[in-house]
Structures are given as C-alpha cells and as structure tokens.
Ligand binder design. Structure first.
Ligand code: ARG
Length: 457
C-alpha cells in the first residue's frame, strides 16, 4: 500500500509504478536522506513534538537502516516510489506509529530538495579535490620541464616558440578557475531547504535554523516556495562540470595530436593506450579520446536539466524528478575523467627534441627577426616584409633561418649584422619575452611558485 493511498480507491498499475518511481536511481542519496531525517527528528524533539525517548528510538532505527543499506539487505522496491518513502516505510516497520511521526513539519518536496543539495555539495568538494590533484601533476611536469621549448600554435599553425612548462601552466590556470566555479556554486547552495514543507511552510512550531546548523548549512533558505522549486544549484553544478570537461577536452585533444607520429611530442604510457585489432603497429590514445568524447555527454546533462526546468510554474512539479540522473551522470563522468587524466599524465613522457626541431623547421623565430630589425631602426611593417622575404628564401633553399649566410641576409636588408644569429636563436626568442605572464624562464618560474602556493592551501 502506498503511504499516500488514503484518497484512492485502487492502486497504481505496474506500468505506472515503473514509470513514476525514482527509487531505482535516487537510492544513491541515502546518506543524505538519513542525515536529513536525523536532523529533522532532533528538531522535532527540541520542539516537543517527539519525546526524548522517541528520538532515541528514531536515531537507533535510522542507524540500523543505514547499516542495512550498506550491507545490501535493505530492499529498494519500485512500489515504494522513492528513497524518502522507502525509508519512512522501513522506520514504520521497525517502530510502528512512531515511524509515521517523522514526516511531521516536512514534506517530500523539501526532503528531496535537501537530499539533492547535500549530494551536490559533496560532489562539488570531491571534484574540487580531484581537479587539484590533476593540477599538481601538471605542475610537476611543468617544474621538471622548464627548459623544454616547443612550438606555440595559433590556428594549429606553428606561431612562436614557448616553454612546455608555460603551455602546461595555461591549463593550470583554467583548472584553477574551474575549482573556483565549484566553490562559488557550493557557497550559493549553502542554505537549507528542510522544514519548508510542500510549498507554503508548515504550521508546526519548528526551528529551521537548528536543522540548517545540524546539516552544516550556513542557515535556512528564505522563501519556502523557492526552496522546494529551486534547482539552480544543480544547473550551476552541471555548468561547472561542463566547463571543466571543456578544458579537459582541449588538453585531451592536444594529447591526441602530440602523440601522433607527425608530432611525436609525447609518448603516452602503455597503461593508457590501446592497440588495434588489425593494425599491429598502432598505439591509440583512447583515454584522451574518451575524455574528449565524454565532454559531449556532460554538455548533454547540462542541456537536459536546463530544458527540464524551463517554464516550470511554481512550485514542485514531477518533471523535477528528472533532475537527478543528469547530475549523477555528470558527477561520475567528471570524477572519472579527472582521475584518468591525472594518471595518464603521470604516465606520459614529453619529448624535447622533436619539439625543438619543429620550432626550428617552422621559422618560429621569424617574428623575432622582424623585432630585431625594428630595434635597428626599421618600421615594424617593413621589418615584417623583410623577415617574410627571408623566410621565403630559406624555404626555397630548404634551410632554416639560422642557417642562412650573413651575405644572403644582408642582400635583403643591410641593417642585418652578425648579431642577428643571437637574436634569432630559438631559446633567445623565448627569453626575449619580457611582459608579465610571458613565456620567459623567470616568468614561468614565477608561475610555478604561485602554482605551488595555490596547491599548498
Ligand atoms: N521522487 C521525487 C523526486 O525525486 C520526490 C518528491 C516527490 N514529491 C511529490 N509530491 N510527488 O523529485
């Protein structure tokens, strides 16, 4: 029999039970649900709605239920509809009428709002710490590779030489912002909805400040209707997940490219690569590709909840039961991708030689050659033209710029002197960058220091 069967003459169809239930997936919030019931029962006892003896019995029964769930002996039955009703039913089976009292001064609507918030809060913290772990592996590689120089790209065309550490630290910054997005979302969901009732508040003497404090919130939510209808917190969580995945997918894409034979900038360890069933020579970067691919599903989770919530009138609507699976899926996916990425990165070897060779072959010092001429007094636009001509000449001669003779260079501009070779040395090109946040060694070392400080706190 349903806990709400009073006004009904007959039961629901099996198909309706199957369609209507959320217990098949919401049982993963059992810790949150039991914590919410515990806090609520304590509050009811404080208000004199439950006796101290009744509270003791409830506390014990809630502990038993937790153990039963953890041991796998608790049966989540589809006909119980959802986690909240299954727990209440079990309390009643254990305690008789006392079990039926726990639902005083609350509703399933504020209960689910509470459980879900608690769950998402926990996910935020878990993801923050996994992002920081990935950041620490990035930092380790960066610190070990400050002298490695690689081509920097725009349009995936070789642009200017940069330090590998600098490139990796660009991702460190992105991930730092990701952490702060989860922190911000956490802070905004720091108000407790429990005790809001179905939508209008309750007529019992209650203390929502007490339950909020018991559950680790900074206070109770302000408006009961908003408390049961709000899913912004879940949307924000999904949005932070989507942005994090966007960042991971960009680095994943670089891993795919860098590990190709054409680039050969990295070797991904065997632990995170796979072979082909037919082509014996293949070593595929599947882990990186999957991270790139799973980004799509997390974006889908975000779009799914945004669309579920669109246009819903106040207050709770059953549509909102569709909020959980996308959030569970996104949280699981992001956590897994972060773990895999961190470990794949640990198992990755960076190859300085092909990186440097590509810098030389790609005329990545052409801008510096122009800058050299500017320092000798030539207007930049003309210097650009001269440098371009020398590149064209070098291509024709199948040479790198550094290998052109002084005479050949002076034939294009007599401002060029012996010191040009120093100016277009790849390492020198990197070191010439003086602006704050640039790729020079001192600047990168400063980034590493800030990175270490960030991870220490
Ligand atoms: N299982 C529901 C959910 O996940 C819980 C709230 C149901 N409330 C109601 N009045 N039907 O959203």
């Amino acid at each position: 029999m349903k806990l709400w069967s009073g006004r009904f003459e007959s039961g629901t169809s099996q198909l309706m039970d199957l369609f209507n239930n959320s217990i098949q997936f919401d049982h993963r919030m059992y810790k949150e649900d039991l914590a919410g019931s515990l806090a609520h029962a304590k509050m009811l006892a404080k208000m004199g709605i439950l006796t101290e003896d009744e509270l003791k019995k409830l506390v014990l029964a809630l502990k038993e239920i937790e153990a039963e769930i953890e041991l796998g002996s608790f049966q989540f039955k589809i006909e119980d509809e959802d986690l909240h009703m299954a727990v209440e039913k079990q309390l009643t089976e254990k305690l008789g009428d006392l079990g039926k009292k726990i639902h005083t001064a609350r509703s399933r609507n504020d209960q689910v709002a509470l459980d879900f918030r608690l769950y998402v809060r926990r996910e935020c913290r878990a993801i923050e710490s996994l992002i920081r772990e990935l950041m620490s592996v990035l930092l380790e590689h960066a610190a070990a590779n400050t002298h490695v120089i690689m081509p920097g790209y725009t349009h995936l065309q070789k642009a200017q030489p940069v330090r590998l550490a600098y490139h990796l630290m660009a991702y460190f910054e992105m991930l730092k912002r990701d952490v702060s997005r989860f922190e911000d979302a956490f802070d905004r969901m720091d108000l407790s909805p429990i005790g809001s009732g179905a939508l209008a508040g309750t007529s019992y003497e209650s203390d929502r400040f007490m339950t909020a404090a018991e559950l680790g919130f900074s206070g109770p939510s302000e408006n009961a209707m908003d408390s049961v209808a709000d899913r912004d917190f879940a949307v924000e969580f999904l949005s932070a997940c989507a942005i994090t995945m966007m960042h991971l997918s960009r680095l994943a894409e670089e891993f795919v490219i860098w590990s190709s034979g054409e680039f050969g900038f990295i070797e991904i360890g065997d632990a995170y690569a796979t072979g082909s069933s037919i082509m014996p020579q293949k070593k595929n970067p599947d882990a990186a590709e999957l991270i790139r691919g799973k980004t799509g599903r997390v974006y889908g989770d975000l779009m799914s909840l945004l669309t579920v919530m669109k246009g819903l009138p106040m207050a709770y609507n059953k549509d909102m039961q569709e909020d959980k699976e996308p959030v569970f899926d996104a949280g699981d996916t992001v956590k897994l991708c972060l773990k895999v990425f961190a470990d794949m990165l640990r198992h990755t070897v960076f190859k300085p030689e092909p990186m440097l060779n590509q810098c030389k072959a790609g005329f990545l010092n052409a801008t510096d050659l122009a800058d050299y001429l500017v320092k000798k007094g030539m207007p930049f636009r003309d210097a650009h033209e001269v440098s371009g001509k020398l590149v064209a000449y070098a291509i024709k001669e199948k040479k790198i710029l550094e290998a052109l003779s002084l005479e050949a260079m002076q034939a294009v501009s007599d401002l060029i002197g012996e010191d040009v070779y120093d100016a277009i040395d790849i390492e020198r090109c990197v070191e010439n960058k003086k602006s704050y946040g640039s790729t020079s060694l001192a600047s990168v070392q400063h980034m590493l220091k800030l990175g270490e400080e960030y991870l220490e706190v």
